[in-house]
Design a protein around this ligand. Structure first.
Ligand SMILES: [Zn+2]
Length: 405
């Protein structure tokens, strides 16, 4: 648990700390409870609460009587005090969200990915969708902290740039951060999508169950998000989590890398669709994948043998990957989500739960906890928006991102 400091020089640190604790408590916290949790003196805490209240970030809630003495006033987050927008670029669908100060999604929209080589047009479409969503959510423009963009890796995090993600050829070497700043006049942060997804799930995790966890992202590609001691692991270049070439089936299909049975290649949506006979070619346009997966699910429900066999094989590959990941990290909890997972989860999940304990490589001493992503298909976009809030909430001595702190 982080503790406060009674030194006057770190006032903003105390504000972010207190704000974060209030945010994590659904019913709010009284000044007395906050003093106990932070170790701050009653006087310091009173000053911090006053400043947060003047900035409009917290509200005085109901008065609660518990035992003798004065009733306690609960301090609660003013959820509509600030907002952030999130964008997730994906080969099959772009997702846009707006989150309030609690990290809850208040607006959502999807749009087909930009079908053009023109970088200005691609950026303009992202900006227009973001602006339209903020308007539809009735968000005053002076309350928008910024935009978070979740991008498929690899990225250049220092430059805020996409490098050459194989599935997004139109976006190669695009300076997403700077171009979005120019186009929207808002602060922008970029993050690899699986890392953003992990951040999003941590924000949705009020009871700290994901302080140490792994997140298996299953969309057009696969990726791994890692949380260690409450922080998302970014790696040296912001590209941690590339598990596409984890070998899960030595007899599986040959990947472009030369190995057989790489996870990304084995569970690739276009491969499942081809193997199940839903499509006649592996060369499927990305925007056709969601409808294809819906067709695969429908066929499996109707008892189609090929569809069921394909789903069984995918579940087995995912189970093997989850076990290897957990052996490596000792995370204990593995979150699973992403656009492909959302469309196939009702078929894959029961099978996965059955197979997991039987994977022979398992070394964990406790049962592995498998949970579904709470944010569904919005996990990366919402996580990117929460990264913007993170700048405000993370209890660091460096300060608070509001002008009147
Ligand atoms: Zn490979």
């Amino acid at each position: 648990m982080k503790r406060g400091s009674n030194m006057p020089a770190v006032g903003t640190y105390n504000q972010t700390l207190v704000l974060d604790m209030i945010r994590r408590s659904p019913t709010g916290l009284s000044r007395i409870e906050l003093a106990e949790l932070t170790g701050l003196s009653a006087q310091t805490l009173s000053n911090v609460a006053r400043k947060l209240s003047v900035a409009g970030l917290i509200l005085e809630g109901e008065r609660v009587v518990s035992g003798p003495g004065k009733p306690r006033t609960m301090l609660q987050l003013n959820r509509r005090a600030r907002f952030a927008a999130g964008i997730h670029l994906d080969p099959s669908i772009d997702t846009f969200v707006v989150v309030d100060l609690s990290g809850s999604i208040v607006a959502h929209r999807e749009a087909p990915p930009g079908d053009t080589d023109s970088t200005p047009d691609l950026i303009a479409a992202l900006a227009a969708n973001t602006r339209a969503l903020l308007r539809s959510a009735d968000v005053p423009s002076d309350r928008v902290l910024g935009i978070g963009a979740a991008l498929p890796g690899p990225i250049d995090d220092a430059e805020g740039m996409l490098l050459a993600p194989p599935l997004l050829p139109n976006w190669h070497h695009t300076r997403v951060r700077d171009l979005l700043i120019q186009s929207t006049d808002l602060p922008v942060v970029v993050e690899k999508d699986v890392i953003a997804a992990m951040v999003g799930e941590q924000w949705a995790d009020a009871d700290h169950a994901l302080r140490d966890a792994a997140l298996l992202y299953y969309g057009a590609g696969v990726g791994l998000g890692i949380a260690h001691d409450g922080e998302a692991v970014r790696g040296r270049t912001g590209n941690a989590g590339d598990i596409g070439h984890l070998v899960v089936d030595p007899n599986g299909p040959q990947c472009q890398c030369g190995m057989r049975g790489c996870l990304g290649f084995t569970v690739a949506p276009e491969r499942l669709l081809f193997d199940a006979g839903v499509t006649a070619s592996l060369d499927l346009p990305w925007r056709a994948v969601p409808a294809g997966l819906d067709e695969l699910r429908a066929r499996a429900h109707d008892g189609d043998a090929r569809a069921l066999a394909v789903c069984a094989r995918a579940a087995e590959a995912l189970a093997r990957a989850i076990v290897l990941i957990n052996n490596m990290l000792d995370a204990g909890t593995v979150v699973i989500g992403g656009p492909a997972w959302s469309r196939l989860s009702e078929l894959l999940e029961p099978r996965l739960r059955t197979i997991l304990p039987t994977v022979s490589q398992i070394t964990t001493t406790r049962p592995l906890r498998l949970v579904e992503a709470r944010l569904g298909t919005d996990l990366a976009a919402a996580g990117a928006a929460c990264l913007v809030l993170d700048n405000m909430f993370s209890a660091r001595a460096s300060g608070l991102m509001i002008s009147d702190s």
